[in-house]
Design a binder for this molecule. Sequence first.
Ligand code: A2P
Length: 281
Amino acid sequence: MTVLQDEFTLWNGLRMPKVGFGTWQITDAAEAYEATSSALACGYRHIDTARVYGNEDSVGRAVRDSGIPRSEIFVTSKLPAEIKDPDEALASFETTMATIGLEHLDCYLIHAPWPWHDIGRDCSAGNKAIWKAFEAIYRSGRAKAIGVSNFNVRDLAVILDGCSIKPMVNQIRFFIGNTQEEVVDFCRGEDIRVTAYSPLATGKILQHPDIVAVAQRCGKSVAQVCIRYVIQKGLGPLPKSTRAERIRENADVDFEMTSADMSLLDRLNDTDKVHHGQEAT
Ligand code: A2P
């Protein structure tokens, strides 16, 4: 599964494995430990967690217990979205580091531009302020890269205006039918790498008839087509599963979809809202 060895180089020179293992919604400690351990055993070298996922301790333990040199694993965590004060951000980073039990993170992200209970709120001043804390963390060497998540172009422009160190990564919700061209193009222009959480739309697009048809043509599973699509769009997918066989399947994506199939998938919209041609309730 050579795709697990493929890497992006971030603008600061740090190498980040293209495919990462997502741990959102794996809240049970034992399950998070087992899933992360399975991912590492089958060759994933990029693990994505967040303080709000409540599994940083299990993820850190799995990394430490894996026997794989720390330098070969890329670990991302995130600052809770509601924290918009620099001192609170620094304190939260310390909590993350104590919980995860690693000497450094490879990447530390602002989880979202606004609190989850108030999506869309203008937190420009707060985001600018916490970015200074992120720059300090980066300079300390305890996070080898810094970035953001769920940021749109306007949110990114706020950070880019006056920052000393620009973000290296923007992690967004991205899957077939939800491709967010505007922010992806903007990031490409700024040399900010885009990673994709929920590349399977948390499972909601796995029955989509057009995607199923492509999968049948390729002789691959629907999940593999969804993950391969993200790679061929130039992003880094972060698929999540708690099952060892699916964790393996999701990394077995060394195939190439034709430009005709890619165009067909590019034209799909609202894929997560439509099941078998019916509106979801
Ligand atoms: P499970 O954890 O039981 O395997 P996303 O990565 O978009 O967040 O999607 C995760 C969801 O998709 C989870 O519900 C996960 O369930 C399911 N899933 C992950 N991989 C596969 C797969 N290869 N085939 C079918 N469902 C999958």
